[in-house]
Design a protein around this ligand. Structure first.
Ligand code: PLP
Length: 367
């Protein structure tokens, strides 16, 4: 029936746990029997203050964030954070190193170049879908920071390791991979993530920053992007997206209840392996253009049709998928093909259904 949830393989905003949405629905009109919706309440109310503090605590707990890191929440999306990173950190030396492995790191590097010097640690990949070996990276010891995107949502490239930077602060965009694996936070200067893939609705960006990196924003940095100021104001400098933070906290509680990051990591590996193995077994009917060592566990781009894909067949694939309520499988407009996103709220059973469909589609169209 219409109340059944769709098989949503969208890249973002993306599927959230059904239980969380139901809980939000139940308390939407009257939060804790107040007769008011949470979204009608002051961001300085005791109710929202608790949500604000609890979200920070659960992020700290799930990711085991050390006490010398601040957790802040801001608006402006991932793209806002691209600028904020530069405006908060570039002042140290005026130059920063960027590893460009796909669409989003390229955008981040372009944005940062408005505020200082940007050095690409390897030339823009002539073959997309790979990460050059770290021994070939040209790191500047004088860089204010080294930047990389942990998971390139559009391209399907995920770092299988945390880069080494010889003491230069490491900055990572984890918008599409936060809370999907265990991390040693002490290796990072800053991690940021838009919530709208694995941890909540759009409208909130989580920033985890080592305290010694605060205190030196550029003069031009707007207060709403000033990490030092936001930290001092406990993320209520101005009106936050209270609804987004409220839902995010519930998603984080759901992650905790469902086995935490260890279990999210297990599931991510199982789900993505199932899909990649299906491609291997298809003998070339399904193909993934990404190097095996950096294939994303979160966003799986692939082509349908022998010899690297057939657009007509891919259109049909999408039509047939939708008949089975499998939605948002179309690849990013810049890449084409198909992309299946397998965030935390997508279950192994969902992926099994996708694989079943893929096998049947191949039987019908793959000879
Ligand atoms: N970084 C990554 C890895 C993303 O996937 C996205 C959006 O999809 C962004 C940054 C940009 O985020 P926003 O649309 O919130 O500005």
């Amino acid at each position: 029936g219409s109340s059944q949830s769709a098989l949503n393989f969208g890249a973002g905003p993306a599927k959230l746990p059904r239980e969380v949405l139901e809980e939000v629905q139940r308390e939407f009109l009257s939060y804790q029997d107040s007769g008011m919706s949470l979204i009608e309440m002051s961001h300085r109310s005791k109710e929202y203050t608790k949500i604000n503090n609890d979200s920070q605590s659960i992020i700290r707990e799930l990711l085991n964030v050390p006490s010398n890191y601040k957790i802040i929440m801001m608006q402006g999306g991932g793209c806002g954070a691209f600028a904020a990173i530069a405006m908060n950190l570039l002042n140290r030396t005026g130059t920063a190193d960027y590893a460009v492995t796909g669409t989003w790191s390229a955008k981040a590097a372009k944005e940062a170049a408005k505020y200082g010097e940007v050095n690409l640690v390897f030339p823009k990949a002539n073959k997309p879908g790979s990460i050059p070996d770290q021994s070939t990276w040209k790191l500047n010891p004088n860089a204010s920071y080294v930047y990389y995107c942990d998971n390139e949502t559009v391209d399907g490239v995920e770092f299988p390791y945390i880069p080494e930077t010889n003491g230069v602060p490491l900055v990572s965009d984890m918008s599409s991979s936060i809370m999907t694996k265990k991390l040693d936070i002490s290796k990072f200067g800053v991690i940021f993530a838009g919530a709208q893939k694995n941890i909540g609705p759009s409208g909130v960006v989580v920033v985890i920053i080592r305290e010694d990196l605060l205190g030196n924003p550029m003069k031009c940095c707007p207060s709403v992007f000033d990490f030092t100021h936001i930290a001092k104001e406990n993320s209520v400098h101005n009106t936050p997206s209270t609804f987004s933070v409220y839902v995010m906290e519930k998603v984080l509680q759901w992650i905790k209840k469902n086995g935490g990051l260890e279990e999210m990591q297990n599931q991510a590996l199982q789900k993505s392996s199932l899909l990649y193995n299906t491609m291997v077994q298809s003998q070339g009917f399904y193909s993934c253009p990404i190097d095996e060592n950096c294939r994303s566990r979160m966003n799986v781009p692939f082509r349908v049709g022998f010899n690297g894909g057939d657009e007509k067949l891919e259109e049909l694939f999408l039509v047939e998928a939708e008949k089975l309520k499998m939605y948002q499988l179309k690849g990013h407009r810049s890449v084409g093909g198909i992309r299946a996103s397998l965030y935390n709220a997508v279950s192994l059973a969902d992926v099994q259904l996708l694989v079943k469909f893929m096998n049947e589609f191949q039987k019908q169209h793959g000879s």
